[in-house]
Design a protein around this ligand. Structure first.
Ligand code: RBF
Ligand code: MG
Length: 371
């Protein structure tokens, strides 16, 4: 994506945000708000997400009260909602690439700091569910440790005011934004670079030690195992485009879907009565087609003679190729998808990936044991 090359700086230390950058706070907060609003006879409709993200809890609360016209004060709101959050911390899972980034920078001796608008106590609680994170930060600054939270620069200056990090401050700061709200990249236009997920962070662009785990244009992930009956079969929809995807229902995988970066993945696909095939897939909104819902669209790399609508399809997702993108024309989109296919087909022959072809999950049991 766009990078302002003129303003690019060589970076010697990194300050990370927590909510929506390293963990999926927003998804968990949404689930709590859904339950909470019912108390006031209101229904959650996704309103105001952008007004809340990145704000301190008290300001976020004020914006919900305003967005939904709730008859309470921010203090009452905070007191009432607190118990609902108490058992939610463990659901705030690592976003794609977060763990990898923290470990990599730490291993390579690059100092990392955490600067979050959350109060220090919440940061500590959230981090306690992520083994090995806290110790890797040289400094952690919460919203209650500065006079003014973000967007005031104070929190970043405070985080940088640390022996290991002063050097970075002296060099000036460059900002890479990882939007947690889809299709709102324009909101982040003052960043030096906007990326879809931390998987797309290219550290060498910033003078930092590059990740070593990309191999032949692919990044090993997972494996994730998902499956279900084919709801849009081969031979329908995009067969006209030469891309016969076989959608499975996203219902039941909302956890994986909500935290997986929209993009192109690959792996192995098992069809109950037919066999195991190479597979390349998209997870996302398909911006070219303006889809309203995130979809899972595996393309089984085999010439089938007939449709397999309704059959059980099992997937082992083992690698990542690229972020979802919008293309100027359908022709460009199709060309790129065929390029993805070639990358996946070749990569799946590497032992690193081919070993998952034998995963027991790919084979559907003939008799379902429901006990
Ligand atoms: N749709 C997009 O709008 N942008 C993409 O970057 C994109 N990448 C895809 C990659 C693969 C491997 C596959 C199978 C599909 C991708 N799609 C993408 C979705 C594609 O538009 C869709 O599968 C069909 O064209 C019709 O639903
Ligand atoms: Mg944030």
């Amino acid at each position: 994506m766009a990078m302002k090359s003129l303003t690019r700086k060589l970076v010697s230390c990194v300050i990370l945000d927590l909510d929506g950058t390293l963990i999926n706070t927003e998804g968990v907060v949404e689930d709590v708000l859904k339950v909470f609003l019912v108390k006031y006879g209101k229904q959650w409709d996704g309103r105001g997400t952008l007004n809340r993200t990145g704000k301190a809890p008290i300001e976020a609360a004020a914006s919900i009260i305003e967005d939904y016209g709730l008859p309470c004060t921010t203090e009452e709101f905070m007191t009432d909602i607190a118990p609902l959050f108490s058992d939610c911390w463990s659901k705030m899972v690592a976003l794609p690439g977060a763990e990898r980034l923290i470990k990599h920078l730490h291993n390579r001796g690059v100092p990392i700091a955490l600067a979050s608008n959350s109060p220090k106590a919440s940061i500590e609680t959230k981090l306690s569910y992520h083994h090995g994170w806290k110790e890797r930060f040289s400094v952690i600054i919460g919203g209650d440790e500065v006079r003014e939270g973000k967007p005031s620069p104070e929190i970043f200056l405070e985080a940088a005011n640390n022996p290991g990090i002063t050097a970075g401050k002296a060099a000036g700061m460059a900002v890479v934004a990882v939007p947690s709200v889809p299709n709102q990249t324009h909101v982040y236009s003052c960043a030096d670079e906007v990326i879809n997920s931390l998987l797309d962070l290219h550290l060498e662009n910033w003078g930092l030690p590059p990740f070593q785990d990309w191999i032949e244009g692919t990044l090993p992930i997972g494996p994730w195992y998902i499956g279900g009956p084919v709801i849009k079969g081969y031979g329908r929809g995009s067969k006209v485009l030469g891309i016969p995807t076989a959608n499975i229902s996203p219902n039941g995988f909302s956890d994986i879907l909500s935290v997986s970066a929209s993009g192109v993945y690959f792996g192995w696909a098992g069809l109950s009565t037919r066999g195991i095939y190479k597979m390349v897939m998209s997870i996302g909104w398909n911006p070219y087609f303006h889809n309203a819902e995130k979809t899972i669209e595996p393309w089984l790399l085999h010439d089938f003679n007939e449709d397999f609508y309704g059959e059980e399809l099992r997937l082992a997702i083992v690698g990542y190729i690229r972020p979802e993108a919008n293309f100027p024309s359908l022709d460009d989109l199709i060309k790129r998808i065929h390029e993805d296919r070639r990358i996946a087909e070749k990569a799946l022959d590497l032992p690193l990936y081919s070993s998952y072809k034998g995963a027991p999950y790919l084979i559907t049991p003939l008799v379902q044991d429901d006990r």
